[in-house]
Design a protein around this ligand. Structure first.
Ligand code: ADP
Ligand code: MG
Length: 342
């Protein structure tokens, strides 16, 4: 559905050149929910704006549904663009228009009759569950309701693609979840391919089939969400995992030398990461017996990544050094990531 090939975008300013997007290649399949995660300044917004050519790349191809839209003449580009909806962090609604007219504005070039437009607007507002706010003004709505209007507007021209730039970043966690559920149903019911740009790990882990991690303009890691976050390769990916759930806490406790994380001579602390729940208990007791080491679990956490559990256990082993080494080697051999953290 979307293929980026070697897309590069540099901004020239008085302060120097900013390489916002550097040589990014990505393939996003028809009907998937694809996440692009990265910290602020990583180049996510610039990249997503290159997908609908709000930003023209300096070089590279942007292939939508089989054709490179960078090469299209303006008129054809407008047609392709109408098939891509976009929503933003701050909703970008028109304050002087009602909910009805905000959505209707998107249909001004649709060629529909007045009656058809009316029917369309009403059905879109029903889809986003806002039929009762049809005559309200944006200032009378909550953040979540504003984003629902923006989603209805983005869907007005029956897009095949919905681009979401930090669409939940201004919302509280509960509202975020309800917007994500709505996006999920839009994806399932209407078959729309969704690209989600976010700096929030919770968003990616909740809804994205696949994810790309961006850092300083480049995609540094990509794959199925559960794979990327259960076996992160890059430090930036690891730091996102630490922002989710409470597992990052353990590193803080170690840093501040909290009594909970102090070790006695001969003790070593490990972080175990596993994706299948059924093995972990047996493995800890198995290595303890087999290799004659003591294992105490001091911290545990299970995240659910798009239906796949990702478990983290912090275990302190004590015993003979060689025995601990053998135990760790065994745990690694059964596919559990095991990292010595203290
Ligand atoms: N129009 C612009 N002019 C100059 N620099 C820009 C412009 N847009 C973005 N940048 C710079 O490009 C880099 C990437 O920005 P952006 O794509 O907004 O990142 P993100 O969305 O990941 O926070 C940043 O250093 C930003 O300051
Ligand atoms: Mg951004």
């Amino acid at each position: 559905m979307i293929e980026l090939k070697n897309v590069t975008k540099t901004f020239n300013s008085a302060a120097g050149n900013v390489h916002a997007v550097q040589n990014v290649s990505l393939k996003i399949e028809d009907g998937e929910i694809f996440g692009i995660i990265g910290f602020s300044g990583a180049g996510k917004s610039t990249l997503v704006r290159c997908i609908n050519l709000l930003e023209r790349p300096d070089s590279g191809e942007v292939i939508i549904d089989g054709s490179d839209i960078v090469k299209l003449p303006e008129k054809e580009l407008r047609t392709v663009r109408r098939k891509m909806g976009m929503i933003f962090q701050h909703f970008n609604l028109m304050p002087s228009r009602t909910v009805y007219n905000n959505v209707g504005f998107a249909l001004r070039k649709s060629g529909l009759s007045k009656e058809e437009k009316d029917k369309k607007i009403r059905s879109l507002l029903e889809l986003v569950d806002l039929s009762d706010k049809i005559d309200s003004y944006p200032s009378q709505l909550s953040g979540g309701q504003k984003q629902r209007v923006a989603i209805a507007r983005a869907l007005a021209n029956d897009p095949k693609i919905l681009l979401c730039d930090e669409a939940t970043s201004a919302l509280d966690p509960q509202t975020t979840r309800s917007i994500l559920r709505l996006l999920e149903s839009v994806n399932k019911k209407l078959g729309i391919t969704i690209v989600i740009i976010t700096h929030q790990m919770e968003v990616v882990k909740d809804i994205c089939d696949r994810v790309a991690v961006m850092e300083t303009g480049s995609v540094v890691e990509e794959g199925r969400t559960a794979d990327v976050f259960s076996h992160p390769k890059m430090p930036v990916t690891k730091s996102f995992i630490e922002t989710a759930g409470n597992i990052g806490k353990i590193y803080e406790l170690i840093k501040e030398d909290n009594p909970l994380t102090r070790l006695n001579p001969g003790e070593r602390m490990y972080m175990l990461t596993y994706t299948s729940v059924n093995t972990k208990d047996a493995i800890i007791s198995y290595v303890s017996r087999t290799y004659n080491v003591n294992a105490s679990i001091i911290f545990g956490n299970v995240e659910v990544l798009k239906d796949i559990p990702l478990g983290k256990l912090v275990v302190v082993f004590s015993g003979e050094k060689d025995n601990i080494d053998a135990a760790v080697q065994y745990i690694r051999s059964v596919g559990i990531d095991t990292e010595e953290i203290k």
